[in-house]
Design a protein around this ligand. Structure first.
Ligand SMILES: Cc1cc2nc3c(=O)[nH]c(=O)nc-3n(C[C@H](O)[C@H](O)[C@H](O)COP(=O)(O)OP(=O)(O)OC[C@H]3O[C@@H](n4cnc5c(N)ncnc54)[C@H](O)[C@@H]3O)c2cc1C
Length: 452
């Protein structure tokens, strides 16, 4: 395939440090909301008892965290390209747990506070509130939904549940959001006390829900209607790896970069409901997209049987594993197993001197090796293929340990490093790079798993 993708780091990319810029913007937005909500809290006065005040405080901040939660998973292209879907999802996960505790605290302290004033016991007070005050029952249902979502998102539960089951349960969060918003409008006196408070509140929720609608619904619909993607060919690469070529109209206008991924949904009768993330395994050339998939479960194994002409619904492009984040003229690309897919695409468009380290168990597992060799040759890049069992070592230590990496790439500290492989390998390489003193902003990685 010819390369027409965006080349290496542009002077603008280098100047802007895109991830830092996005983090600063996001941090500023969060800080501004914290200040405004504090002002709303103070303006609400301190006449109530201390328990009610704590309930009001945690309720206000729970609402802000809930809006932030939506923004983090809205998949807005500007943010996603700079921060990365994996990081955003991870922040979403941790703020999700903060939200859960804030909501619980809001419910418990408010109920205890009101019970103290009314001299009812807390359970009777809650029942009384839910059955007599408009909006409270909605809040109770919203809290129960968030508790269920929190429980299925705990690590132990995630491991046991099929991805689709977890995802389906997670969608109930949107019901919780609507119920919580209706609750705030009905009983949130701090939020409706003044035109400023009302304006702020509607803006906050308008932006959060608008971002989700735009990033998760409208943009994917628009892109798929515009490009009309279809499977062009399915090419086996080995017994358990297959490449799928996808074509469509005006693909040169699709803003995808090497290193990014899409959520692919192949619209056959038995798999239209399943969307899986796969990276582009070739730099987009304006005519077709390619993904290369290793059989991990039934879904990925079944791609081998796709027929040319099958319609495709793809959400994306997503991810920050791209040359947008280059900071140095030269680069080291490290791939493990099927993690070679985005690395292969990055090699195609990389500028500067490139070293590729490809870690596999045996040569026969080295997917796309021919292509890597050809590309490396054409670009004057150095390619090292390291074989051996998972814990393989030589006289210098682990194959991707600091001593071996330093021996293979003596100037590693002067390079950008892109790492993609199984979670264990990626963690080990990141540790080696830390030990070798490679600055953090030169290290970029994709784990092939979202928040865990
Ligand atoms: C950003 C990213 C890029 C990826 N790129 C590639 C690639 O180029 N080539 C490749 O072979 N693999 C890639 N993967 C891994 C690939 O997505 C999974 O192997 C695949 O989804 C497994 O689906 P399954 O139905 O066959 O297996 P299952 O048995 O259903 O799942 C196997 C594993 O994949 C996870 N998984 C399943 N569905 C999803 C989903 N929709 N989203 C996130 N995780 C899911 C499960 O949690 C489980 O850990 C990538 C993953 C991510 C997150």
């Amino acid at each position: 395939m010819t390369t027409t993708g965006t080349p290496g780091p542009s002077p603008d990319d280098l100047a802007a440090r895109p991830r830092a810029a996005a983090a600063v913007l996001l941090g500023t937005v969060v800080a501004a909301n914290v200040v405004v909500v504090w002002m709303l809290f103070v303006r609400g006065g301190f006449a109530a008892n201390a328990l009610i005040l704590v309930g009001r405080f945690t309720g206000l901040y729970a609402a802000v965290v809930m809006a932030l939660q939506l923004l983090l998973v809205a998949r807005l292209p500007w943010l996603d390209r700079r921060v990365g879907t994996d990081r955003l999802t991870s922040w979403h996960r941790w703020t999700g747990f903060a939200l859960l505790w804030l909501l619980l605290a809001h419910a418990v302290f408010t109920t205890l506070g009101l019970a103290q004033d009314s001299e009812l016991d807390p359970v009777s007070e809650l029942v009384h509130l839910a059955t007599t005050v408009e909006g409270v029952l909605r809040a109770v249902v919203a809290l129960l939904l968030v508790l269920v979502v929190g429980a299925v998102s705990a690590r132990a539960a995630r491991r046991r549940l099929a991805y689709e089951t977890w995802h389906f349960v997670h969608l109930y969060t949107y019901v919780a959001v609507v119920l919580a918003f209706a609750h705030q409008v009905a009983v949130g006196t701090s939020l409706t006390a003044s035109p400023f408070a009302r304006g702020y509140w509607w803006t906050l929720w308008g932006v959060a829900l608008g971002a989700v609608l735009l990033g998760r619904v409208l943009l994917p619909l628009y892109r798929n209607l515009r490009h009309g993607l279809r499977v062009e060919a399915v090419v086996p690469e080995s017994d358990d790896v297959v490449s799928v070529y996808v074509t469509g109209a005006r693909l040169d206008e699709l803003p995808a970069r090497a290193g990014q991924f899409f959520l692919w949904r192949f619209l056959t009768r038995d798999r239209w409901w399943q969307a899986n993330p796969y990276s582009l395994s070739a730099a987009p050339d304006g005519r077709r997209l390619r993904l290369t998939v290793k059989a991990a479960g039934a879904g990925s194994a079944g791609l081998r049987h796709l027929r040319p002409g099958t319609r495709v619904f793809a959400e994306g492009p997503y991810g920050a594993f791209t040359s947008l984040h280059r900071t140095k003229p030269d680069v080291l690309l490290v791939a493990g197993g099927v993690g070679v897919t985005p690395v292969r695409a990055l090699l195609e468009e990389a500028v500067g001197h490139v070293v590729v380290v490809y870690r596999v168990r045996a040569h026969s597992d080295a997917v796309l090796l021919d292509e890597l060799q050809r590309l490396a040759h054409a670009r004057g890049a150095v390619l090292h293929v390291l074989t051996g069992p998972r814990a393989g070592e030589d006289h210098r230590g682990p194959l991707l340990g600091p001593a071996n990496l330093a021996a293979l790439v003596p100037d590693v500290r002067q390079r950008d490093v892109f790492v993609c492989g199984p979670p264990g390998m990626t963690t080990a390489v990141l540790a080696s790079l830390r030990e070798l003193g490679v600055p953090r902003d030169q290290v970029h990685f994709e784990r092939f798993s979202f928040a865990s």
